[in-house]
Design a binder for this molecule. Structure first.
Ligand code: DC
Length: 228
């Protein structure tokens, strides 16, 4: 079974997809981590991000793997652990440009489909239900208002977890900066020509603004049972 979870940055896709993978014993595929890894590889090599052909060359040449660490899934870029390095503000700022390159997307989609051929997968991203796995048995479009998403990210940057701690606070200035960045990324991700962020026609919409992780997870598991 393939479960596709799409939605904007900070809607809770990773937390929900990860929880479902653990609970159901299936593979978790974080496609955002793949685009982030290509972005990091380009930045490290000093590739001009406006040069689509050079960026595509990097995407076709890198080896991206997922591993298991004490704190959850790890991401390996050409054998090196980049789990933390792909979540920096610098990667945040540049990943939309890299992921808008059609040849980068086709290279990543091929890798993602290869994972899907190996067994049950819960995959999260922007185009999973529309492009990568249009035949996924369960499709979820997870949203939340921009303020709720910025708050979660800000708390996460400071080492907390807003999903588990409703009273968690973050530095106001950094939360405002994250909100501006999220709005900018939403705009770029949903207006790009290639595979823009949009819900598949047959996706179930879930708004997580005022829902806890557990409520969203239970709803997705209910949808999985219904689809069996
Ligand atoms: O989910 P995330 O924030 O880690 O994703 C990082 C970026 O990668 C995001 O700005 C859009 C892009 N992305 C994409 O274009 N397609 C996907 N399937 C997943 C992510």
């Amino acid at each position: 079974m393939i479960i596709a979870i799409d939605g904007p940055a900070g809607s809770g896709k990773s937390t929900v997809a990860h929880a479902i993978a653990e609970r159901c014993g299936i593979t978790y595929l974080d496609t955002g981590a793949m685009y982030r890894s290509v972005t990091l590889a380009c930045l490290r090599r000093g590739v001009d991000l406006e040069d689509a052909e050079a960026v595509a060359e990097v995407a076709r040449g890198v080896r991206i793997e997922f591993g298991n660490g004490d704190a959850g899934q790890t991401v390996l870029l050409d054998g090196q652990d980049v789990t933390a390095d792909i979540r920096t503000p610098e990667v945040d700022r540049n990943v939309s440009v890299v992921s808008a390159v059609p040849a980068v997307r086709s290279a990543m989609v091929a890798l993602q489909r290869a994972v899907g051929e190996q067994g049950d997968v819960v995959a999260e991203g922007r185009d999973i239900g529309t492009v990568v796995f249009p035949n996924a048995e369960v499709k979820v479009f997870l949203t939340a208002d921009a303020e709720a998403r910025a708050h979660r990210r800000a708390v996460q940057r400071e080492g907390g977890d807003a999903a588990k701690d409703a009273a968690a606070q973050a530095d106001t200035a950094s939360e405002q900066a994250i909100l501006a960045e999220i709005r900018r990324r939403d705009e770029l991700d949903s207006t790009r020509k290639e595979a823009p962020l949009r819900a598949a026609e047959d996706a179930h919409h879930i708004d997580s603004s005022s829902l806890g992780v557990e409520e969203v997870v239970s709803e997705v598991i209910r949808l999985m049972e219904e689809a069996r």
